[in-house]
Design a protein around this ligand. Sequence first.
Ligand SMILES: Cc1cc2nc3c(=O)[nH]c(=O)nc-3n(C[C@H](O)[C@H](O)[C@H](O)COP(=O)(O)OP(=O)(O)OC[C@H]3O[C@@H](n4cnc5c(N)ncnc54)[C@H](O)[C@@H]3O)c2cc1C
Length: 476
Amino acid sequence: MEEVLKPDLCVIGAGSGGLSVAAAAAQFGVPVVLIEKGRMGGDCLNYGCVPSKALLAAGKRAEAVRTASNFGIDVIEAQIDHRGVHDHVHGVIAAIAPNDSIERMTGLGVRVIQASASFLDKFTVEAGRVLVRARRFVIATGSTPLIPPIPGLDEVPYFTNETIFDVSERIQHLIVLGGGPIGLELGQAHRMLGSHVTVFDTASLLANEDPEASRVLVKKLQDTEVVLYPNTRVERVERSVQGIAVHFHKDGETTIIKGTHLLVATGRKPNLKSLSLDRAEIAYTEEGIKVNEQLKTSNRRIYAVGDVIGGPKYAHLANYHAGIVIRNALFRLKPDVSAAAIPRVTYTDPELAQIGLTEEEAHKRFRRRSIRIYRWPYADNDRAQCARETEGFIKVITRRDGTILGCTIVGAHAGELIQMWVVALAKDIKLGDITSFVLPYPTLSELSKRVAFTYYQPTLTKGWVRSIIGLLRRFG
Ligand SMILES: Cc1cc2nc3c(=O)[nH]c(=O)nc-3n(C[C@H](O)[C@H](O)[C@H](O)COP(=O)(O)OP(=O)(O)OC[C@H]3O[C@@H](n4cnc5c(N)ncnc54)[C@H](O)[C@@H]3O)c2cc1C
């Protein structure tokens, strides 16, 4: 062994979770070692959030050109330079990469080791030719694509999120396995960039989302000729002259669809294998590393954050986990990881955003008569009309007294509009209180205020309220 390091904290994995822990601890003056076996920035920067949103932005630009005539602007057909789109996506990654770089981390005082880490015992990690004996460890090794056991899949070429952003030419017909957020975002981006796209899922599309909201997105996908096969089991795949043939059962018959390329987006599995967790007495399942409310593993000196602990997988959640670990490890505080409501967004067109409980979840958890559902359509918002973005709605789920349980938004910029509801839930703001905010006109954010006003609608129609308003009018 070349070197033995004894920092206070050793972080394994330099993605959203690991970078946040390492940077925060170093800024508090803690000696930190950060080990990364691949690219700094992890999935989010290199193969996930950033390239997928950059690709969608390119697709949405092409779509804006196609629909410009609705605004009285005549344009010739959008010509898509796929090398140019590729360069745009990688240019965005390159622009953000310095924030996650070895140089930045080193500048903060973090010692970065580029190697694969694995535990030797309860107190020691080996990374290349370095041994790290830290007072505490944080495992932030993320997740990788889960490849389903579909017969023939191991004999055909396919993309995952780790390879599809390297494509620099037009894909003629992309078949997507998986109709969750990743499959639909990437499928729609390719459709907007001129590919034929077919999506399969064994369940309904966006199965975890509010079905009423998902339907708005599904309609948009169908209107733009994305071919959807929800609740369909792919039986096998094989090579064909075009590229790929997918066999599946439909209406009692075996059917075949042929495409040129295949994208597998059927879920994620935690990166556990190379860590030798047993040697460090860290308990785990196939879903991820087991942790308590402070994100401590069964080895109390070792925490785990982000995708590797299973459950919902988002960059902002990994970042939130980092804050929990810092507060617990450095300040002995005991924040509870389950305390915050975590928002989620699918960045398709239209976007679909959720915080707290969906309508269905609220019905399962509370008595039907004790909850209220309030809706307001985008079509009744002046700014949405100006931009011709009138598809979608906002839906708020509350207790009878206006305590907010959740909010679903499907429509343009839903991912931005959800922020007000994140604050409302975090600060226990009641639905009625939102009516007192003065919001700029005309903005989409007025959707939130308008839905809040519907809380008072039943009261406004009551006889005694009308009498008081009448009296005030006469004498006021
Ligand atoms: C296509 C796609 C789009 C996404 N879009 C969004 C989005 O819009 N918004 C959002 O919030 N989330 C999104 N996500 C999810 C988000 O990318 C992840 O939740 C987030 O990256 C998790 O962070 P992490 O720190 O847990 O893991 P990662 O970011 O994956 O980082 C883990 C790091 O650990 C390293 N590593 C693994 N094993 C070892 C080892 N043994 N030794 C050393 N290093 C190791 C890996 O190389 C990797 O760099 C998306 C994911 C995908 C796939």
